[in-house]
Unconditional design. Structure first.
Length: 248
């Protein structure tokens, strides 16, 4: 198979999974990162509050160094939140925490894809999918400019990609909102899945899927509740010079 076939290059709207998929299909247009539980949802919550978000693909000293370079606070692990470090990848914790001007947000999935992508990079989730789709359309993406919608997925214990239903639904929501014609079969299938469901059934599916159940069982069910605030946000976080801010 030719490399162009793998990249879905004959279509203006493409859909793939994870960092490897992003590297394959992106490169000549916009990239939409969809990590519903919880990077993209966290970015939407933060940008709504006026926080500039710096994605970091690591959770080690490099993230701390990045925070120093940007004069930013650093998000910690969900179970490492303290009064001194109240920010984490938990959308619920971010809503409770004091607003901060800049935050480095480590994430092995969504952040890694965002940090490695070039060109116009947008963070999308179920909360802002329609707003993102409409903004992309207003910029010509899906009409005469390419857009690659990347479902981040999760990781199995061996580090391999685990496709995640919540990210497939989030990707489908963005693609459906684009109202584009030139969809790859992968993009069309994601949009068709989302269009076949109601907002209530999407929310139920995310709560009941493996990722939603895992978070709820770990005591973070509120994060799932925020993630399924479907189309309750009009924010469009766009990555510029390595920082997510509201699109202008």
């Amino acid at each position: 198979m030719a490399d162009s076939d793998w990249r879905q290059q004959t279509y203006l709207v493409r859909c793939e999974w994870g960092p490897v998929g992003a590297a394959r299909v992106a490169g000549d247009g916009a990239v939409v990162v969809v990590d519903v539980l919880s990077f993209s949802t966290s970015v939407s919550v933060l940008v709504e509050r006026g926080t500039a978000v710096v994605p970091a693909p690591w959770r080690d000293g490099r993230a701390a160094s990045l925070a120093r370079d940007h004069d930013a606070d650093l998000a910690v692990g969900r179970r490492e939140v303290t009064d001194a470090s109240p920010w984490s990848l938990s959308p619920a914790a971010l809503r409770r925490a004091p607003a901060t001007p800049r935050l480095v947000l480590p994430s092995p999935n969504g952040s890694a894809i965002a940090a490695a992508s070039t060109g116009v990079v947008v963070a999308a989730c179920l909360r802002n999918a329609t707003a993102v789709g409409r903004w992309l359309r207003s910029q010509g993406y899906g009409a005469d400019r390419a857009v690659s919608v990347i479902a981040a997925g999760e990781r199995w214990p061996d580090g391999s990609l685990r496709p995640a239903l919540e990210d497939l639904l989030g990707a489908g929501a963005v693609i459906a909102a684009l109202s584009a014609v030139s969809l790859s079969p992968e993009a069309a299938a994601a949009a068709a899945l989302y269009d076949a469901m109601t907002p209530a059934s999407v929310a139920d599916a995310v709560r009941a899927c493996a990722s939603g159940q895992e978070l709820a069982a770990s005591g973070f069910g509120e994060d799932v509740d925020i993630a399924v605030e479907i189309d309750q946000s009009g924010v469009v976080p766009v990555l510029l010079d390595g920082i997510f801010r509201q699109a202008r």
